[in-house]
Design a protein around this ligand. Structure first.
Ligand code: NAD
Length: 479
């Protein structure tokens, strides 16, 4: 595949950035996916200006026009899911099957919000005053900044851009630095979808320059961010200072509890899928495996045997289960946490080392430590194929360990007990709960989000997206 140069998209025009940044292929550093130039603050401001200028007219566009445009985008992504999935696999490193699945999900999300554009909810109530009608309607919030991470470079932009446009907002989308190709692919499809100029803009560059210029621009009305806790909390302070509507989806340290009564085949599959698929680079990854003492040794033996069957390698190759870590920076983080595991006295049960392949890439063996709840690897988000195994005395202890974290995105339990499953669903301090399922893997038509340090503001996805992307108006009419 030839190398491409990816551009930004502002006011209906493709805009070249400065310099020549390589878009790395983490499985083969010698063959970059492409190159791109980065914008400066002034160019980023132009994108916000373009979106703000386009907003008044677009906010009054017909729901059918918006539905047709989003449907076009969804159909094209679905028709090209194999090609887009291949781009994603080369750029981010998840396996081809996972990447094609993500592309399909992005297409389905655009299709879902095409329908939602035609179903914008409202209410009409009787007033407390005779002869007066009260209407509650929803209007777009305005110009929305979208800042996305690298780990779902098609699906996360889709689940922010699609509802933003469906409800009549204009958009400036800033992708993560290491996935400009997927961002460009989305922008390229949107550029042919019939949107008026300025309604959708995409800006390539660093968080420090482009992200900051976006957030600091007075023309911005709302900010939807997904990324790490430190970045999210820094942005929250800036947003609060100027009363910007904000939605943050951040990190996780998601527990998967395995009780003594669990079907251990199911439990091991949930653990392996949740902790290691997509190279463990999911905010919903099961990075804490909490196993009841009675079955602990058997669980360890089974998961070690299962991990030995997994192949780490080039995500485009058949038979590969786990692709490379997405970047050198993330690999350095993963290796530093493996060292921290050793330093804190955790016992290495699997992996813990880089893997050599035919190409130079960021390959890391799936890693499992028997840890203590206070160890850094059991408390801090690593965002790689590294999991901490914790021993629990009984269900109550397991639940307490599961909730003993600053995060609250997703919590899972493997059990055949209705009593424990029901109790866990009610008492897990998380925005999402899974019973006999991996913590990662969610449906696009229902709300997504967490509690505690994991999330801030209204939920994403499904019908709940209307909360963030619209503002409510209450109108009174004397009959
Ligand atoms: P990150 O916080 O480093 O970057 C996220 C985005 O913010 C990038 O586009 C980056 O360029 C931008 N950014 C960085 N500094 C900025 C600044 N000062 N001003 C404005 N923008 C700035 O996160 P990442 O490494 O790209 O992604 C990994 C993180 O994302 C993990 O913590 C993971 O848990 C989280 N994540 C959360 C969810 C969720 O829905 N909860 C989903 C996926 C990933």
């Amino acid at each position: 595949m030839s190398e491409q140069r990816f551009s930004s998209y502002i006011g209906g025009q493709w805009v070249e950035g400065e310099g020549d940044q390589a878009d790395e292929n983490p499985a083969d550093l010698a063959s970059p996916v492409g190159h791109y130039g980065t914008l400066d603050a002034a160019r980023t401001a132009q994108a916000v200006d373009a979106a703000a200028t386009a907003f008044p007219k677009w906010s009054l566009s017909s729901p059918q026009q918006r539905a047709d445009i989003l449907d076009f985008v969804g159909s094209e992504i679905l028709a090209r899911k194999a090609e887009l999935g291949r781009l994603l696999a080369r750029e981010e490193g998840k396996t081809l099957a996972e990447s094609i699945g993500e592309a399909a999900r992005a297409g389905q999300i655009f299709k879902f919000f095409a329908g939602e554009a035609l179903r914008i909810p409202g209410e009409k109530l009787a007033s407390t005053r005779p002869g007066v009608d009260v209407e509650i309607t929803r209007e777009p919030v305005g110009t929305v900044g979208i800042i996305a991470p690298w780990n779902f470079p098609l699906a996360i932009p889709a689940w922010k851009i699609a509802p933003a446009l469906a409800y009549g907002n204009t958009v400036v989308f800033k992708p993560a630095e290491i996935v400009p190709g997927c961002a460009w692919a989305i922008a390229e499809i949107l550029s042919r979808a019939g949107l008026p100029e300025g309604v959708f803009n995409m800006v390539l560059g660093s968080g420090r320059v482009v992200g900051q210029a976006l957030v600091e621009h007075n023309g911005l009305d709302a900010l939807s961010f997904t990324g790490s806790v430190p970045t999210g909390h820094a942005l929250l302070k800036q947003a609060a200072a100027r009363a910007l509507k904000v939605q943050l989806e951040m990190g996780g340290k998601n527990p998967l509890v395995v009780l003594a009564d669990a079907d251990l085949d199911v439990a091991v599959e949930c653990a392996v899928n949740g902790a290691y698929f997509s190279t463990g680079q999911r905010c919903t990854a099961s990075s804490r495996l909490i196993v009841e003492s009675v079955v602990y040794d058997e669980f360890v033996a089974r998961i070690q045997a299962r991990l030995a069957t997994l192949t780490v390698g080039d995500p485009l190759e058949e038979g590969v289960h786990i692709g490379p870590v997405a970047s050198q920076a993330q690999l350095d983080t993963d290796l530093s946490y493996i060292q921290a595991g050793h330093d804190d006295g955790a016992e290495l049960l699997a992996g813990g080392r880089r893997v050599e392949r035919g190409t130079e890439g960021h390959f890391l063996a799936p890693t499992l430590f028997a840890a203590n709840p206070s160890d850094r690897i059991a408390r801090e988000e690593i965002f790689g194929p590294v999991a901490a195994l914790l021993r629990a005395d009984d269900y109550d202890h397991a639940l307490a360990l599961a909730n003993d974290t600053e995060f609250g995105l997703c919590a899972g339990i493997c059990t055949t007990s209705l009593k424990h499953a029901t109790h866990f669903k009610r008492h897990a301090q998380a925005g999402m709960v899974m019973v006999n399922l991996p913590t990662a893997g969610v449906d696009p038509h229902v709300p997504f989000g967490g509690r505690k340090a994991s999330s801030y503001g209204p939920r994403e996805q499904g019908r709940y997206a209307v909360e963030f992307y619209t503002t409510v108006k209450t109108a009174y009419t004397a009959a």
